[in-house]
Design a binder for this molecule. Structure first.
Ligand SMILES: [Zn+2]
Length: 216
């Protein structure tokens, strides 16, 4: 089974990805990993991508698409399929990957789209605090430290990440929605999107995700 997971900032995509990989024994495919692997492997595509990155340019979709396909084809252990995370990110990428994978065992079978209302997301993100020393993550409401501003684990100072603000979230979410709405629509027309209510406890979200994948 080949899965694509989508979710905006703060939707809990990272946690669900880890659980999916563990439960369903699929390869976790993130574009960051692919870029690193192709570049360090010195493949033709990897070298092309590297040239763009070194000039501070975005790697063109055409290269990214072929790199993803190449990476998937040469996976040593195909396991039970893969979980795509962070790709396809745009409608162009989705269409291109669809073309590249049509009729092969690389076709995407199901899209898990994690949804969460903006005000909930805003609360989750703007309440987040991190430890300067050990990186432990707290939340002022749902997971506060025992002593305000101090890490329980190491006594380090807690701080708020610069982009963990409502304004920054609004910007990121707007960008995310503008990019992904057409992608979701594209997969909706194929009838393979399952929307997951991410505004629940992590365990409840997981039950929904698991059920969606098990019944696929
Ligand atoms: Zn700490």
């Amino acid at each position: 089974m080949n899965i694509l997971i989508m979710g905006g900032p703060g939707a809990g995509k990272g946690t669900m990805s880890a659980r999916i990989v563990d439960q369903f024994q699929v390869n976790h495919i993130s574009t960051g990993d692919i870029f690193r692997s192709e570049i360090s492997g010195g493949t033709k595509l990897g070298l092309e991508a590297k040239a763009y990155i070194e000039q501070g340019l975005l790697v063109p979709d055409a290269i990214t698409n072929h790199m993803v396909k190449h990476y998937l084809e040469q996976l040593k252990d195909p396991k039970n399929g893969f979980l795509l995370d962070g790709y396809p990110r745009t409608l162009d990428q989705a269409k291109a990957f669809d073309e590249l994978s049509k009729g092969t065992d690389l076709e995407i079978d199901i899209v898990i789209a994690m949804e969460i209302p903006f005000d909930v997301l805003a609360g989750r993100i703007s309440g987040r605090r991190l430890c300067k020393e050990c990186g432990e993550i707290y939340h002022i409401v749902s997971h506060p430290s025992l002593k305000e501003g101090t890490c329980d684990k190491c006594g380090g100072l807690l701080y708020q990440r610069k982009d963990d603000t409502i304004e920054s979230l609004q910007t990121r979410l707007k960008e995310y929605t503008a990019q992904t709405e057409p992608v979701l629509k594209f997969y909706e027309e194929k009838g393979i999107v399952t929307y997951i209510n991410a505004n629940q406890s992590m365990d409840d979200v997981w039950q929904d995700v698991k059920k969606a994948l098990e019944t696929k």
